[in-house]
Design a binder for this molecule. Structure first.
Ligand SMILES: C[S@@+](CC[C@H](N)C(=O)[O-])C[C@H]1O[C@@H](n2cnc3c(N)ncnc32)[C@H](O)[C@@H]1O
Length: 254
């Protein structure tokens, strides 16, 4: 992350093609028998996974099922926080796994978890309630940091970054069990991270930090290093695009 800075060519024009990559939404169903579960806007098959040593309820195919790689983001954040009392945002919370795990590891934190998917918000709230964290973890529906009030000390995010075109590409299937809206993003896929980084310029306090998950790695920067992080994101994306182009077989000549 200590590379030469690259200026971003203006604020990216991102507006989601609404509904294009949305997880399928179905009718309401009330879940009983699991403490804290509220009325969920989808038929919840009783499923759970272990994430960072805790049980997380999942909704396969509707909300991103958390994967072990993301535990590194929790680990990084917990170490950055230490024993401090800080304000944290978990952007694109999905099942709420990162927010819940981090709240348990850092008991003095207040966490605002956001997602623009209604089923994800419902599931995250159920997981927060299941772990008795309603006082410290608020789950809010909305775009990136928009629903979160006030200044923040730390923003963590595992947002979609795979280019939308890849969802239709040959051989795509590695993420077929995850909802498309959780994996793919319009254009080159990096618009959400670019916008989040821009928002952090005004939403993070002076000593704050942003940590994101990208291609299996945690990339992090303090408030004063956001230009370097922006550059690093572009470099990693270019490298991934080159590998991807190499792996896609050429179309046979007509
Ligand atoms: C890769 S999943 C990660 C879920 C969870 N953080 C995890 O690690 O398991 C990305 C999540 O971001 C959400 N998302 C996508 N675009 C968003 C946006 N503009 N604002 C808020 N959340 C968004 C998706 O609905 C999805 O739940």
């Amino acid at each position: 992350m200590r590379r030469v800075l690259a200026e971003l060519a203006g604020k990216p024009q991102r507006r989601r093609a609404q509904g294009q990559l949305r997880a399928q939404r179905s009718g309401c169903r009330s879940e009983s028998g699991s403490p804290g579960l509220r009325r969920l806007p989808f038929a919840l098959a009783p499923a759970e996974v272990m994430f960072d040593g805790i049980k997380i309820l999942t909704a396969p195919g509707v909300v991103m099922t958390p994967v072990p790689t993301t535990e590194a983001l929790v680990q990084w954040a917990a170490e950055w926080i230490g024993s401090r009392s800080v304000r944290v945002a978990d952007v694109g919370t999905g099942s709420g796994a990162v927010a819940v795990a981090l709240a348990l590891r850092a008991p003095a934190t207040g966490i605002w978890a956001t997602d623009d998917s209604e089923p994800a918000v419902a599931l995250a709230r159920a997981n927060v309630a299941r772990h008795g964290l309603e006082v410290r973890v608020q789950v809010l529906l909305g775009d990136l940091l928009d629903p979160v009030p006030g200044e923040l000390d730390l923003v963590v995010a595992n947002l979609p970054y795979h280019a939308e075109a890849r969802a239709r590409g040959p051989g795509e299937g590695a993420c077929s069990d995850q909802p498309a809206h959780a994996i793919y993003a319009p254009g080159d896929g990096l618009g959400y991270y670019r916008d989040l980084l821009e928002a952090c310029r005004t939403r993070l306090n002076g000593g704050g930090a942003l940590a994101i998950q990208l291609y299996g790695s945690v990339l992090a920067a303090g408030r004063g290093q956001l230009d370097q992080l922006a550059h690093e994101i572009e470099i990693r994306a270019q490298a991934a695009a080159t590998v991807s182009a190499t792996l896609v077989p050429r179309r046979a000549a007509a």
